[in-house]
Design a binder for this molecule. Sequence first.
Ligand SMILES: [Zn+2]
Length: 203
Amino acid sequence: MRMQELIRQLLAELGEDPAREGLRDTPKRVEKAYGFLTSGYHADIGQVLNNALFTVDYSEMVIVKDIDFYSLCEHHLLPFFGKCHVAYIPSTKVIGLSKIPRIVDVFARRLQVQERLTNQIADTIRDTVAPLGVAVVMEATHLCMSMRGVEKQNSFCVTSAMHGAFRDSARTRMEFLELIKLRTVGPVMREAQAAGLACVADD
Ligand SMILES: [Zn+2]
């Protein structure tokens, strides 16, 4: 109820009439929507991964690409969304393939910056699967930038996190990048990494 009251106040502050017909149930709907979009705070990653680790004798690269994700930028509470690509090279264990999009969701359904989201996914796989290497690349559109018309050329951002073999071996890294065939070209990726920012926070 407290959140619904806050939303009603927000609507009034925006110059709206929270009592008009179209907005009457909006506080309830917004509360429910935000509850879902931030449900990652209450998810237990251990439970998500429960019984999903298998011992194998396999050490080729495992890739799950084009995982759709939707998150909220913590600077503006506006969506950023796109594709996530994950790869790892097993040492002794693999993780059930369906669990990787679940891991992405757990961290995406929070207030985020794209860089941290990318790192959290990579770190979780590193820490639970203990692979020879793990790589995560995320490509996203940030509505806080494209809708507001700022930095249009950078509203599409690419971030990456590489550990182990993907960090140490240029060949392994290139093999992964070739397999996921980014929609963007090289220079954009370098720019995004150099800028180190997936959205402009200061306005
Ligand atoms: Zn933002």
